[in-house]
Ligand binder design. Structure first.
Ligand code: GLN
Length: 447
């Protein structure tokens, strides 16, 4: 009830939630009480939780931030949703997001923009901006998100909280509405690294219903929380610090790195020579996959269907024209273009080659260090509407995050101080495959 009251008090202004499920939350809370009484409670039993509206929830609307799915109720739960239900977490609602998770500012949702709790004239970041804002505004202590090109780390940074995206394949994509399947990965938001560890541990695990889900044993993400930083080698990629960061972000990031050194870490310079190619590679691969994934929204099986049409083709066209917003349409067009005969080799295949080079850069860098650190976002949160008319400017904001997804590595963002206007700055830590616990351990020592 505290969480629901807090949503009631704050969300009129923030708009972090698309749906609040008060009845479901109270019923789940009562069930959690019973488990606490009979001694069968786990670490998340009774903890209020919000899911990004990209995760399917049985009986509760799943809109994915789109008019296309504005009335869609899934007949089943996403794998992550069932795991957290079984762990006893109490879902209070579904959070706002950029339409189909495409965006960096949370302004493209059919439910209207989410506002940054630190300054409601600013964006919270995206596309999981509703989840980040809900945690930052203390409406819920934990929330889920997805990160295809930075959508957990970037809003975490702009909202002053911690957010982690694990190694690709660790969190099942079953029931998570697909944007770019080879990049999409579920992730966790909380105020602290310690709480992120508890949530992420409960989310990871093999699921036969996702063909990219990795069959392995998943460690406790909190296993290294007590590990001192002495001896940890932190790699600083030359290219991340060369240009692009605003001065205030640079100052906060430098100060956070100095603090890591004071706590015993060793700093080493590393190089990611192809990092500058990550944005062009990502903005070919992600739209290509999106154009294919979004072909399922045809007005036939689910989602918006135009009220009037002349024949089947007209119905497809009108339903999609009415149901999708401008950014989604832009990406479908780019995606179909780069996949089309004659352009496939020039764009799509080339982007896949760059992807390999980027992954190799990380592998080489990780021979010299244990963790890579740098900024999460080039600036602090910017004004609502400031970049909506210039998609390329918006894409460039993803400069520090997308390479990680192309390589499939785990990475987090944790609060690193404050920049212009007293707004939060995030520090990004990137780890080796399956080293989530090390990342969270380092962030916990810092915090
Ligand atoms: N901003 C990136 C994009 O628009 C990342 C989005 C995401 O991670 N879902 O594609």
């Amino acid at each position: 009830t505290d969480s629901l009251a807090r949503i009631q008090a704050r969300d009129g202004q923030i708009n972090a939630f698309v749906t609040v499920d008060e009845g479901g939350a109270l019923a789940a809370a009562r069930a959690a009480d019973a488990r606490i009484k009979d001694g069968s409670a786990g670490p998340l039993t009774g903890i209020p939780l919000a899911h990004k509206d990209v995760f399917c929830t049985e009986g509760v609307l799943t809109t994915c931030g789109s008019k296309m799915l504005a009335n869609f109720t899934s007949p089943y739960d996403a794998h992550v949703v069932s795991l957290l239900k079984a762990a006893g977490a109490v879902m209070v609602g579904k959070t706002n997001m950029d339409e189909f998770a495409m965006g960096s500012s949370n302004e493209s949702s059919h439910a209207g923009p989410t506002r940054n709790p630190w300054d409601t004239t600013k964006v919270p970041g995206g596309s999981s901006g509703g989840s980040a804002a809900a945690v930052a505004a203390r409406m819920v202590p934990i929330a889920t998100g997805t990160d295809t090109g930075g959508s957990v780390r970037q809003p975490a940074a702009l909202c002053g909280i911690t957010g982690i995206k694990p190694t690709y394949g660790s969190v099942s994509r079953f029931g998570m509405i697909a944007y770019a399947s080879s990049l999409d990965q579920g992730g966790a938001f909380a105020r602290s690294a310690e709480d992120c560890a508890t949530l992420l541990t409960a989310m990871m695990g093999h699921d036969p219903r996702d063909s990219t889900s990795l069959e392995r044993s998943y460690d406790d993400c909190g296993a290294s929380l007590a590990q001192p930083l002495a001896g940890l080698r932190i790699g600083l990629p030359r290219e991340f610090f060369a240009e692009g960061m605003s001065d205030d972000v640079r100052a906060a990031v430098d100060a956070a790195i100095a603090e890591y050194r004071r706590l015993g870490a060793t700093l080493v310079e590393v190089s990611l020579p192809n990092a500058r190619l990550a944005i062009p590679a990502y903005y070919v691969i992600a739209p290509a996959e999106a154009s294919s994934n979004l072909s399922r929204f045809d007005g036939v099986r689910y989602g918006h269907r135009a009220a009037q049409y002349t024949d089947l083709n007209d119905m497809y066209c009108k339903s999609r024209a009415e149901g999708f917003g401008p950014e989604v349409k832009r990406r479908i067009l780019v995606g179909t273009y780069v996949l089309s005969h004659g352009y496939y080799d020039a764009y799509y295949i080339k982007a896949q080659k760059l992807r390999r080079l980027i992954a190799q850069d990380f592998a080489a860098a990780f021979e010299q260090c244990d963790i890579i650190a740098g900024p999460t976002n080039p600036t602090v949160a910017y004004g609502l509407g400031e970049k909506t008319s210039d998609p390329v400017q918006m894409y460039l904001g993803d400069i520090y995050t997308v390479a990680v997804n192309l390589a499939g590595l785990p990475a987090l963002s944790h609060p690193a101080g404050f920049g212009a206007g007293g707004l939060p700055v995030g520090l990004q830590l990137i780890g080796k495959y399956f080293h989530e616990a090390n990342l969270l351990g380092a962030a916990h020592q810092f915090q």
